[in-house]
Design a protein around this ligand. Structure first.
Ligand SMILES: [Zn+2]
Length: 132
């Protein structure tokens, strides 16, 4: 894959990521139904977490399994193409760093993976366990 088609694919993939549909919306709706109140996408925090529970000093990221390289996941796979491998490795590194930065500031972070948004019962107990 050359750079141009890579660039193109990035563009397409970005367009697909719509915050008001898919996994992020599922997590938002579920957290709300469980009685948790939160703010969306706080850009003042490292990594702009998707859901911010200010009073609890907790944040949730909703990660796509491919983009953020969910280990041992059926959706995630390591592409053969070098450019993509590097790109995904950089994403993983950034995610690690973001969580470190948040913890340094006294926040706890939890990642909900895209594939975890299928089983709502399991997801509910995960959210409850994290948010208390
Ligand atoms: Zn996954």
């Amino acid at each position: 894959m050359d750079n141009l088609s890579c660039e193109k694919r990035s563009k397409i993939m970005r367009a697909i990521k719509n915050r008001d549909t898919g996994p992020e919306l599922i997590v938002r709706k579920l957290a709300y139904r469980l009685g948790y109140r939160y703010r969306l996408t706080d850009h003042s925090l490292p990594g702009s977490p998707d859901l911010v529970f200010k009073r609890r000093r907790k944040v949730i990221f909703v990660h796509g399994c491919f983009w953020h390289v969910h280990p041992d996941c059926h959706i995630s796979h390591i592409p053969k193409d070098e450019h993509w491998r590097l790109k995904l490795a950089a994403n993983q590194e950034r995610d690690r760093r973001v969580i470190e930065l948040l913890e340094e500031r006294g926040w706890s972070a939890h990642v909900v993976w895209e594939c975890e948004t299928v089983d709502l019962e399991k997801l509910s107990s995960r959210l409850r366990r994290f948010l208390g």
